[in-house]
Design a binder for this molecule. Structure first.
Ligand code: ZN
Length: 261
């Protein structure tokens, strides 16, 4: 069965800004879907803010192995109930790839538990994403660095928890550095934050960026059955304890039984 990917996009800039529409005429989600189309082990679905329940009804999330998130202007419009539902699915094992300005999305802040603030500057600067973990599945086929001729500067300090792994570190023409590829695990869910993707630059058309997205989907996929009881904390009576495993050839004695000391 293919990896079932849902690409979520707030889909506002592309409809309201001619410059953005020229780069992404069908939306950023369509460009990401096209990037994933060359992966024959992936099946893609798209969802946007304006749809009922933002396109993220319980049935859709239950049928999603990896969710990709692009949002910027409308973080506050994302319903808390939907955010809670996405968080629950991540804990159950759904992968989550948060892109660019999604650092300030409700779902990312909730899963990180920190402000997720950063420094930024929109000046079309050159960005060089150094691959600092060349053996990581997400960096395969990318080479030593990804060069973006024009990018929005995202700079440190980035107020996120210390990551599980730092995969990319970016250098910007203006001098700043930024941890631009970070992995986390929350519950059974694998999370990847990938910083590039400002809407006025054609970043999701870049071949190496598309390679990262395909790699990230495969990395974030957790094939284990959904851990649906992840939020439950049931009382367990002692009578329900599993049977002890007895060492071969040795009798197991319990308090009160003959032979116990
Ligand atoms: Zn941006």
């Amino acid at each position: 069965m293919p990896i079932r990917v849902t690409i979520w996009n707030e889909f506002i800039h592309e409809r309201e800004n001619d410059a953005v529409r020229a780069i992404y005429p069908d939306g950023i989600h369509a460009a990401i879907a096209a990037a994933l189309a060359s992966a024959d082990d992936v099946a893609v679905w798209c969802a946007t803010l304006g749809e009922t329940e933002h396109g993220l009804a319980a049935e859709r999330l239950a049928a999603t192995d990896v969710l990709i998130w692009w949002g910027h202007r409308a973080h506050a419009q994302v319903a808390d109930a939907v955010v809670g539902r996405v968080a629950q699915r991540v804990w159950e094992g759904m992968g989550l790839i948060v892109l660019h300005s999604g650092h300030f999305s409700k779902i990312f802040k909730r899963l990180m538990g920190t402000p997720c603030a950063l420094r930024w500057r929109e000046a079309g600067e050159r960005e060089r994403l150094w691959t600092i973990n060349p053996s990581h599945p997400i960096t395969q086929g990318v080479g030593a660095a990804i060069e973006l001729p024009n990018s929005e500067m995202y700079g440190e300090p980035f107020l996120v928890p210390e990551p599980l792994e730092t995969v990319f570190v970016s250098w910007f023409e203006g001098g700043e550095v930024f941890r631009s590829g970070l992995t986390y695990r929350r519950g059974a869910g694998h999370i990847f934050y990938f910083a590039p993707g400002h809407e006025t630059y054609p970043i999701y058309h870049h071949p190496a960026v598309q390679t990262v997205l395909r790699n990230a989907v495969r990395w974030a996929y957790n094939p284990a059955p959904a851990w649906t009881a992840v939020s439950l904390a049931p009382n367990r009576p002692i009578a329900e304890a599993p049977e002890p495993i007895e060492a071969k050839g040795a009798a197991l004695h319990r308090p009160g039984e003959a032979g116990f000391r």
